[in-house]
Design a protein around this ligand. Structure first.
Ligand code: MG
Length: 390
């Protein structure tokens, strides 16, 4: 079997306006990668782009990375991964190029699963057929008050979730906060209002369940350290990406300041070497790579192995389309140290509206790993056609 084409597919749909600390979202987009072969089989993957223009990623996939793949045997996944990495080290070891390498790697593993007639988790060795999930939401939105946040979280609990994540940190008046550098300060809050959001979430959840809050690296370390007591008192259990991951000393100070709160990160980090350094420097309690950004199945499995070597749990970040979520489920199901997976609950057609059959879960929101060959899902290409922009 030989690879004949590597294509990028751009998807975009409208979204209700919502924001985290650092960005306002009005539309959702995804970059899918389709690897075609000289047989009827193809592989499908997704590169996470963190909002970059999709056309930039398209050129990286089709002009920069595809030449290393065309004419090659798609079964040689590790060989192809290393070629893509080493041929692009100066400009591609991190950033959008690594995101595109990740998406290609996912497509190669999807294809490998289809060739063998089994889901990817079976190729990798199944650890569990169910993956625990937490509800990821709690965004800021125009006119969204504490009562609306409460109702949102009540909905998650009714669905069966016990753990919930909300967004905090959209506090431009906090000294050193990076929100002032973003394009919009719409519906930002004060520090006290943010604490009320945490308190509201905790009160709604009661004494059970873990509450996480994500700052999206908007704050400086000093502000997070100073907030440690307030966070603890408000009932927070997990703090996600509080500051830039490059500030190792700051992360260590944060962990020392909040022994009762687990620090989780860092979805923006890529590659096993970067994660290995951060894990060995004791900057996190829960390791949270993204399969579509951090290096695909091949590299994120290595990241999880490093985490296992330091007895750290893995909680995969997932904020993409159905392809990204399916890939995350397949990987999570094969890891011994999977703690949970992020289950985004915002309305997102790209995640819930493009499949022939929805993702399945039990009454406690443990996801059943989809069992079709490859990523396990069946795409409804007619529905995809409605959201394709290229
Ligand atoms: Mg995050």
């Amino acid at each position: 079997m030989k690879i004949t084409q590597v294509k990028a597919l751009g998807l975009r749909c409208q979204s209700p306006v919502m924001s985290d600390a650092m960005s306002v979202c009005k539309a959702r987009q995804a970059l899918w990668i389709k690897i075609e072969t000289d047989t009827d089989l193809y592989g499908l993957g997704e590169a996470f782009t963190f909002g970059s223009p999709l056309v930039v990623a398209r050129h990286i996939v089709e002009d920069q990375l595809a030449p290393a793949l065309i004419g090659e045997d798609p079964r040689h996944i590790e060989q192809l991964w290393q070629r893509m990495f080493w041929r692009n080290v100066p400009n591609g070891r991190t950033g959008l190029v690594m995101g595109c390498i990740s998406g290609i790697d996912i497509a190669l593993w999807d294809l490998a699963g289809k060739m063998n007639g089994v889901p990817v988790c079976q190729l990798m060795g199944i650890h569990s057929n169910k993956v625990p999930a937490y509800a990821s939401g709690g965004f800021y939105a125009p006119g969204k008050d504490l009562d609306a946040l409460k109702k949102e979280i009540e909905g998650y609990l009714e669905k069966g979730y016990s753990d919930v994540k909300i967004k905090i940190g959209r506090t431009p008046d906090l000294p050193g906060c990076a929100v002032g550098y973003t394009a919009s300060r719409e519906f930002s809050v004060t520090y006290e209002e943010d604490l009320d959001r945490i308190r509201t979430a905790r009160k709604t959840m009661g004494k059970t369940g873990r509450l996480a809050a994500d700052i999206n690296a908007a704050w400086p370390a000093k502000a997070v350290v100073q907030a440690a007591g307030d966070f603890s008192e408000a009932g927070l259990n997990i703090l996600e990406e509080p500051i830039l991951f490059e500030d190792v000393k700051g992360l260590q100070a944060i962990r020392a300041a909040m022994p009762g709160i687990s620090v989780m990160g860092y979805e923006t980090t890529q590659g096993v070497r970067n994660f290995a350094r951060l894990i060995s420097e004791d900057t996190m309690d829960i390791v949270q790579p993204d399969i579509g950004w951090g290096g695909g199945f091949s590299e994120v499995r290595r990241i999880a192995s490093v985490a296992e070597g330091f007895s750290k749990p893995v909680s995969l970040h997932s904020f993409g389309s159905c392809v990204h979520f399916a890939a995350s489920l397949q990987l999570a199901a094969s890891l011994p140290n999977t703690e949970a997976i992020e289950s985004e609950e915002n309305p997102n057609v790209l995640k819930t509206g493009l499949l022939s059959a929805p993702f399945e879960h039990d009454e406690r929101m443990n996801y059943l790993v989809p069992q079709e060959p490859g990523l396990g899902i069946r795409i409804d290409w007619d529905k995809v056609a409605r959201v394709r922009i290229f």
